[in-house]
Design a protein around this ligand. Structure first.
Ligand SMILES: [Mg+2]
Length: 211
């Protein structure tokens, strides 16, 4: 229970909202989740798209560099990949047991009286599952995720009709700021990706690069 009045909070801090990235920010990149994700994406490229096994990793890297994600790249190239199917394949089979409850982080978050939001490129199911594993399921006021930024995809008549929007694109950042209804100058944004941090800074957010 938060006993701190809104006016007291706002007078004590230059910030009235803190936005957190999720993956590799709220849990360590060393857990092996990222590596497992890469393997699942490679498997998706082979099993669902028919690419050669020895080409999958380099294609994944190329699509990420050019389009921001494998899904974004596949759709831009005309592959009719349903985002939910993709996410259930690449995230649904992650070894979530590697993510352990983080009581220290939970206690820290509970001392932050400002609004706390998650802003992740991952899909909502993954965000909820990872937060639950961390024991942080009830620590955030809002989750801004893949689905928030990509409401148009389900209306598309062809795969490349709408680009997949993800951090660090300015369009994605603007959607997040609008949906979160925050004043960027009074919002602290924490992310482990330097490009995401730079994009947030360009839009007026106060930023922290998490390392
Ligand atoms: Mg991250």
């Amino acid at each position: 229970m938060d006993f701190c009045s809104k006016s007291a909070r706002e007078s004590d801090s230059p910030f009235n909202c803190v936005i957190f990235d999720l993956d590799d920010t709220l849990y360590s990149s060393k857990l092996g989740i990222g590596e497992a994700l890469k393997k699942n994406i490679d498997d998706f490229l082979v099993e669902k798209c028919g690419f050669a096994e020895n080409k999958a990793s380099s294609l994944r890297v190329e699509l990420f560099k050019t389009y921001g994600s494998t899904l974004a790249g596949l759709r831009a190239l005309g592959y009719d990949i349903d985002a939910d199917d993709y996410h259930s394949f690449v995230h649904g089979r992650l070894p979530y047991e590697l993510i352990q409850p983080d009581s220290q982080l939970r206690n820290l978050l509970r001392t932050i009286t400002q609004r706390k939001l998650i802003f992740t490129n991952s899909d909502r199911n993954h965000a909820i599952r990872a937060l639950e594993r961390l024991g942080l399921g009830d620590c955030f006021d809002q989750i801004i995720c893949f689905e928030t930024m990509n409401t148009n995809l389900s209306k598309s008549t062809r795969p490349d009709e709408f680009p997949v929007l993800l951090k660090p694109s300015m369009d994605a950042m603007r959607i997040a700021i609008r949906v979160a209804a925050v004043d960027p100058h009074r919002t602290l944004f924490l992310d482990d990706n330097v490009c995401n941090v730079a994009a947030g800074k360009a839009l007026g957010l106060r930023t922290v690069l998490v390392i």
